[in-house]
Design a protein. Sequence first.
Length: 525
Amino acid sequence: MSRRLPLFLVALACLALLALPAACGKTASSSSTPAVDDDASPVDDDDNDDNDDNDDASPGDDDLSPTDDDDDATPDNYLAPWPQSNVEPRDYNESGDAGPLRQKAQAYDAWHIQWHQPFYGGSVITLFTDATRTTVASYTDEGDSSIWTGTFLGSEAMRYYVTNDADAKTDAIAMVATLDGHLQVTGRPGFIARYRAPKDSLAYPGDAACEADSTCHVVTSGPYAGDFWYGATSRDQYTGWMFGMVMAYDLLDDAPTKKLIVADVTEVVHALIQQNWLIVDVNGQPSATAPEILLPMQITWLTIAYHLTGSDEFATPLKNMLLDKERILFELSTLNIMNRYLQYYGNNLSHTNWYTLLRLGKVYFSAADYDWFQNLYVNTDETFAHLSHNAWFNGIYMSQGPYAPSPGDPCQTQLVQDLTAFFPAPNVSYALPARTGYTLDPMSVFLYNVMTEYPILQKIMGYVQEQAEDAFPVPQQCSTDFLWQRDPFVITACGVDDPAYVNPGVDYLIGYWLAEYHKYVTKDM
């Protein structure tokens, strides 16, 4: 084994050198520019000769701090004064009839509001009694309700901003109240439930099942008496919750809702800081599922909290993270060379946070810091996800990446292609046979062979299957609750035909309304 095991290390090295995204528009430029030397001292770190920075009052020195490692006109930890704003100009053309893409979005919005946000509004998968889809038998996927409710809230906020539709505003305000309920029902400051509903509802699993499930809680007193909720909340649920809240804050014109969002986000981020960036459950222990808030999430949520409040409580740690010396930590924490083959859903979490960090970072960070973070996004999370038949990721790249539209641009072409090919509402469960006519991805074959020969690697990292080299179009991707978080390179048969099992359609809605909000598609398309 000692003679052949290094093959696995070779695999990791090869993954680290995967090619950058295929070009659409323009690609990221290097952020490495020669530092301007503030003096001729041999101990000045701008000479790149040691780690000391003996700043002085030389012309061009931005401050006298001994911790300043980049002498120029802008402090190393620059943060723009609060408040700043970065939203699209509200100049959408809503005249004329809706085209096929808008009609599909309207149908999905109607389906979600009628069937997929029962009781207090948390997004769920709905199981009907039969193919007529008129009577609900039960609900499922409650454990992911916070992430998809937040994602849906983001889409509804964009929908309202684009259309000025009163129904969209009403539903978005209701979704903020839903997410507020997910936070308040737990009784622990800053701890968000996965899902909340009345105990006497169809969503409740029953007393025996709830008592046997350590994540199931029944509230017996206080303002939420008679409710039940699920805990063991993970960072993915917080990711969707934070995304929805900040989009609603920026795009809704409702003062009470904005006030509620500020209070809730402040409570959550304050608690996370106090808990050393761990999600702590009601038992006082770290959540049983993914409680560690990763560094890219930390800086994103601090930026959101600062954007909403301007508070030094959030500005101070945010400035510390913006120091150039912290960049190596971000580079290490964004290494995702295995997300192409394992835990593909992590790409959705990272893209969701990148969207907000870059959108707000553009107005709050220095130009140098913004460029550096944008390059980091392009060179890590956007690598293998680029042009992978994922309308959500594509829209994030087009709106927040180094993108410039051009005639015949493949990003624009694929965005419209994927939205057009997306299944019409309702999004029922379907089966796919094994795909044909593809070329195997050579790295997946290599990793599959290595892990087959050394099963211990499967226990450490998970199982890698052979995959296609190129992403499959939307109709050839497996049926799921949120298409954009699933691996588009899967070649094996998947899913079942079940017209009574209906996914909520949040995936189409966020893909479409993001594209409409950023003006990559129009009402008539």
